[in-house]
Design a protein around this ligand. Structure first.
Ligand code: FAD
Length: 318
């Protein structure tokens, strides 16, 4: 059976959820061969095997941590040469997209970014993307070379599918560019204990209706009752009520959770662009005419200062 390369996003051996989602999609078009790089690469093998990886190619070298993406591209290219896959799947993170783009150029093939679905086709894998603020979906296929496809988090379920997961060392020769950009320092962000916005299964966002940084604790409490990430509209971010790293939308992050709760957000097109592919959308807004209600699965017309604490209390009581 044809093999599909899956680039593994992990932190010291802990595999991040978007990679497990990639394995679900990879199994639709072939047998997943995972590529795990850097410290803890071998420790990823067990969980990757549980989710369908027939093989796990691993490599560790200081270059992966000390330099930006090029060493990882060198390694992925080595895996590509060893496997001759029918597709290469990479998570749609900022780093993933850079790795994918560089690999596609090197192997002379086409790239599809931010896919939200993947299926087998007669002439190769077919990817679905959301276009024009998710008003349309398009299906595309790479017609030249092996498709390199980045997939948005939360686009596929995580499925158990036990496979061999045989670990093999990958021989990597770093090119001259590998050490071109050195990492001089890393500053870990202060942890909120909440899931990463783009990977969270549930996102609760606050907008101008929250009416001040001092009220955002209402959004955070609702988020915490659901194990959700916190998002914000640009209006809330521009007002300095919440950090830009949490902005959802055209000039912020794109999220596609199972559940998106928009509170005090009108639903401007630029906000929709970042959340419209969410599976279930709920809005709490005191204006029944707010455009967000055109988009929702469930809408609550009401004052968020009354509705949100009640909702949080009800969820906590269950
Ligand atoms: P508003 O539009 O002011 O809406 C506030 C809503 O809160 C209203 O519907 C109101 O009825 C409701 N409300 C008020 N009080 C309460 C209450 N007590 N209870 C319940 N509801 C209440 N925006 C983004 O979000 N993300 C982006 O990435 C982004 N990028 C942009 C890029 C460009 C180039 C441009 C031009 C704009 C961009 N915007 C973006 C801005 C966007 O156009 C909107 O201005 C913004 O989304 C509005 O934010 P909002 O919905 O919080 O505020």
């Amino acid at each position: 059976m044809a093999e599909v390369l899956v680039y593994v996003d992990h932190v010291d051996g802990a595999v991040r959820k978007p990679t497990l989602e990639l394995l679900t999609l990879a199994r639709r078009v072939g047998e997943p061969v995972a590529v795990a790089l850097g410290a803890g690469a071998e420790a990823t093998a067990a969980v990757l095997a549980e989710h369908g990886a027939v093989k796990v190619l691993t490599a560790d070298a200081p270059e992966f941590a000390d330099y930006l993406v090029v060493p990882k591209v060198d390694a992925l290219q080595a895996a590509y040469a060893a496997v001759s896959p029918v597709a290469v799947l990479v998570p749609s993170s900022a780093e993933g997209k850079e790795i994918a783009a560089r690999l596609a150029v090197r192997i002379g093939s086409g790239i599809i970014t931010d896919a939200i679905d993947l299926e087998a086709g007669d002439e190769g894998p077919v990817a679905t993307q959301a276009a024009f603020a998710a008003s349309f979906t398009t299906k595309s296929r790479v017609s030249k070379g092996t498709p390199v496809i980045t997939v948005k988090p939360n686009s596929a379920p995580v499925e158990a599918a036990p496979a061999a997961g045989a670990v093999e060392a990958l021989a990597v020769t770093f090119g001259a560019l590998a050490t071109g950009t050195k990492v001089v320092s890393r500053t870990p962000r202060e942890s909120t204990g909440r899931p990463e916005l783009t990977e969270a299964a549930i996102v609760v966002s606050g907008g101008r209706g929250v009416n001040g940084a001092e009220n955002f604790h209402l959004i955070e409490e609702l988020a915490d009752s659901l194990g959700a990430a916190v998002g914000a509209s640009r209006a809330a971010v521009d007002a300095g009520w919440y950090p830009h790293t949490n902005q959802v939308g055209q000039t912020g992050k794109s999220v596609s959770p199972q559940l998106y709760i928009a509170t005090g957000i009108s639903g401007a097109i630029q906000h929709r662009a970042g959340m419209q592919t969410s599976k279930t959308i709920v809005a709490i807004n005191k204006d029944a005419e707010a455009p967000i209600f055109d988009l929702v699965d469930y809408g609550v017309v009401g004052d968020l200062f009354e509705v949100v604490p009640q909702l949080t209390g009800e969820i906590k009581a269950r």
